[in-house]
Write a protein of this length. Structure first.
Length: 220
């Protein structure tokens, strides 16, 4: 069943899923996180990483680099989602992590905060979505607070095992408990929008296609 859900999600874009959330009275759409390194849409189940500021200058060097536990925990097709909301200009993701994640079969990464090595990630053909980009390293600035723990992206709480779709428009998150009905609603919306596009191509005036039925299609 999980693979079927993933396949269905993979056929939908961020706008259809966002519209479905609106129709159902749910939150999940995140604005302002940009697609930086590829032109691909990504979707999948979420593996989370939470970062925080390093406030202890005498802390021993970490035995594990931030993000590596998530890569090793991820299954093929998963999406790593990183919360780096410290306010510090430092990258929550970099090029070597992109290579490691790509080799593992991870679908992509979404960073609530800055990422770096964007050109390198592009060379690895690994999708990076981030709030900003920077050259500044996490070394001495950030530490990993946890892997597969609850995080926040935009104003949305995110749990491990939730679902996400991200493309050139936006990042949209769906709680695991809501995925079935969100997919049902999103598929219905996508089908109606395809029918509208077919009508336009057949010569129907756009004022007719974009009329009352479009304006009311998200009503419950």
């Amino acid at each position: 069943m999980s693979n079927d859900l993933l396949a269905r999600l993979g056929r939908l874009d961020a706008c259809a899923v966002s519209d479905a959330l609106d129709k159902l009275g749910l939150k999940g759409a995140v604005s302002g996180i940009e697609r930086l390194s590829t032109d691909r849409r990504i979707s999948g189940r979420v593996v989370t990483v939470k970062l925080e500021r390093d406030t202890d200058s005498g802390r021993p060097a970490a035995s594990r680099h931030l993000g590596t536990a998530a890569i090793e925990a991820a299954k093929r097709g998963d999406v790593i989602v990183v919360e780096q909301r410290t306010g510090i200009d430092a990258a929550g993701w970099g090029g070597t992590l992109s290579l490691g994640a790509s080799l593992r079969g991870v679908a992509g990464v979404i960073v609530e905060g800055p990422a770096r090595d964007i050109d390198e990630s592009r060379l690895h053909d690994f999708p990076v979505f981030a709030r900003a980009h920077t050259a500044r390293t996490a070394r001495g600035r950030l530490v990993e607070a946890g892997t597969n723990v609850p995080i926040v992206v935009g104003d949305n709480p995110v749990s491990p095992g939730d679902y996400v779709v991200a493309d050139g428009t936006a990042v949209v998150l769906v709680a695991q408990s809501e995925i079935d009905r969100v997919l049902d609603a999103a598929e219905a919306i996508a089908a109606r929008e395809k029918a509208m596009a077919d009508s336009l191509r057949a010569g129907t005036p756009i004022s007719e296609v974009m009329g009352k039925s479009y304006e009311t299609m998200l009503r419950k």
